[in-house]
Ligand binder design. Sequence first.
Ligand SMILES: *Cc1c(COP(=O)(O)O)cnc(C)c1O
Length: 461
Amino acid sequence: MPAITNHLPTAELQALDAAHHMHPFSANAELAEKGTRIITRAKGVYLHDSEGNKILDAMAGLWCVNIGYGRDELADAAARQMRELPYYNTFFMTSHAPVIALAAKIAELAPGDLNHVFFAGSGSEANDTNIRMVRTYWATKGKPTKSIIISRKNAYHGSSVGSGSLGGMAPMHAQGGLPIPDILHINEPNWWAEGGDMDRDAFGLARAQELEQAILEQGEDRVAAFIAEPIQGAGGVIIPPDTYWPEIQRICDKYEILLIADEVICGFGRTGNWFGSQTLDIKPHIMTIAKGLSSGYQPIGGSVVCDEVAEVIGSGEFNHGYTYSGHPVACAVALENLRILEEENVIGHVQNVAAPALHEMWHGLSDHPLVGETTIVGMMGSLALTPNKGSRAKFDMEPGTAGFMCRERCFANNLVMRHVYDRMVISPPLVVTPEDIKELGKRARTALDECYAQMKDQNLI
Ligand SMILES: *Cc1c(COP(=O)(O)O)cnc(C)c1O
């Protein structure tokens, strides 16, 4: 089937892109020189580009296209809603059916008493909401000094000033004056990179106990909340040791601080349950959601809030909101996405078919000479590239060089797999079939082989 023909030739698109489009998280001069790949359409787990290539998307876009590409039902839901009520706001005593239905649906799916939703247009916005919400919560309860939010190095919580401050990405903090005051970062539970001689479990416990040390150092009367992704996504799919979350939960329960689980990636089936908090047995007061909520078909995010916090926030006026909070078209599309996830039992498919096949394929790559470890939970996994399998050794190159080389070989083999420094990460659409997974594994191995050969050629290992 030919690619869509009503666009300009690739070279012209690339030239216009280079001239006028500033890309996020990219060195634009370098992009302009190489020419961007122009994606024209997508179906299932495959993307098509303007040159007629069919590319297997093992990242589900940016971790978000959980139901796969090309579902007409979502397009129809958007068109219907646009005709009926394309926009209205939810400020000042008004509401509309799609936002009400979606809030109720999320409350039904969310664990425990997470029964209230504050909507945003993205994960970043939702985490900005969370900063203001937890501080307002404590101020309303007469404890305005409780304003510090503890997060983790190498966490990702978004790219706005607030959410980028919550995140622990050093290259982001280096630009634009981040972090804002009263955000503190403890170390991440990344055993592969930082575990030294400790065994996984002891290391997980030690890293969790840094939270307790930080609370004691600052004083309980200063700390508002702890925020973390159940499993770090953009940080490289860092799966914490089994000892980590139970200890974090114990500490959060012991001291009077709120726990925010950033479920932007983990939510909506990614870890094999509706929420990562269920998979990892976490009991948050607030969950951040976005990405898989609409499978990326519309920009929407939100904060899912427990009864007590919602009650306190609701007791006064919360001077906060976005023009597009609870946008009716985004809500209608998200609702349709959740309907499909539920009625087609996509999470059952993950548990019984997709995750077992993906895990087998992924761990099968561990015999490759470049692969140090393979880790995976549900439908998010990573592997560490290493020049020496036995020793968790690092390359004798700038961190990220090996990962970048490997990603280039993936791209050349029509596979989208991302690298985070020297970890390769996958997060395919949840609807991926065993045949797709076989193909994914084939292309990944070819890319690893080519990368290995290239490194040998260039005397890099
Ligand atoms: C992507 C992401 C965000 C930010 O979401 P945006 O929609 O890009 O603003 C926040 N938290 C986590 C865990 C994410 O992966």
